[in-house]
Write a protein that binds this ligand. Structure first.
Ligand SMILES: [Fe+2]
Ligand SMILES: [Fe+2]
Length: 271
């Protein structure tokens, strides 16, 4: 049996118009100006892989913030904080659109085998809504979004083409607040958590960082060039990711009594 492929649909018309009223500016980006002949062919192929993966991660982020929104509603989180989480879902869907359009301009998406029924984040079985929301806030906002900011910032610094830079700028402008939401949620939620729950969240945070470790650990190989001008990042980006583990993740979580194991953090951040 073949596994299902990640594929997206677009309705257009009134729903597209509504999204673009809420998230204007996408059409003003310099679409149709990317001259792929200026880049080595293998960079174009790698750029398609990077941006196809980008579409997928933006889509998965929409699912994660959607699940976070529901869990926040179920635990009675402050209404304006829940509204921010719901609004981030629309940010991520807009990012899906921008990344998809860029991927098409690069020559089209590469197939990704994934069953969308698995897209929502998993939480501990039987966890109460407060803990469920805290788990998703930690994995999605405090770790994943916190790491995406330096990776994207480095990609934008290296991007030569106005379209690639424009898409990255638009994405990056939103990711800062996405990384902030988890911190604001924990400021409200952490005092209601018991010690064992906070300890579990600390392990979960470290486990999630570990999932991303190939981003700064795997050496680039000849077969997978980093298309700098088209959205890849480099050793400077890897160093920024490693620095974020302590400064951008462990330190802010510790303020909420979620203390990551210092030796494990040091090992994760090691070059
Ligand atoms: Fe995003
Ligand atoms: Fe995001």
């Amino acid at each position: 049996m073949t596994s299902p492929l990640f594929e997206l649909g677009w309705r257009g018309g009134a729903t597209e118009a509504r999204l673009h009223r809420r998230r204007p500016g996408g059409d003003a980006l310099p679409w149709g100006t990317l001259d792929l002949a200026r880049f080595p062919a293998h960079h174009g192929v790698e750029a398609r892989r990077i941006w196809s993966n980008g579409v997928f991660t933006e889509y998965a982020s929409a699912a994660a913030f959607s699940a976070l929104t529901t869990a926040m509603l179920e635990c009675g989180a402050p209404v304006d904080l829940v509204a921010m989480s719901a609004d981030i879902v629309v940010d991520e869907l807009f990012h899906v659109e921008l990344c998809s359009r860029l991927t098409m301009e690069l020559g089209g998406g590469v197939p990704i085998a994934f069953d969308l029924a698995e897209i929502a984040p998993l939480t501990s079985p039987g966890a109460r809504p407060l803990l469920r929301a805290a788990e998703i806030a930690v994995t999605t906002s405090c770790v994943s979004e916190a790491l995406s900011v330096p990776a994207m910032a480095r990609s934008r610094a290296l991007a030569e083409h106005p379209l690639v830079r424009g898409v990255l700028s638009r994405l990056l402008a939103d990711e800062g607040p996405h990384a902030q939401l988890g911190d604001w949620f924990l400021a409200w939620a952490a005092p209601q958590l018991i010690g064992a729950e906070r300890a579990g969240l600390a392990v979960l945070a470290a486990d999630t960082i570990e999932v991303y470790a190939p981003l700064w650990r795997d050496a680039a190989c000849d077969a997978c060039p980093i298309p700098r001008g088209l959205g890849g990042h480099d050793d400077v980006g890897r160093a920024a990711l490693r620095a974020t583990i302590e400064r951008g993740i462990a330190v802010p979580l510790a303020r909420h009594g979620i203390a990551l194991d210092a030796a494990r953090v040091a090992a994760l951040a090691a070059a």
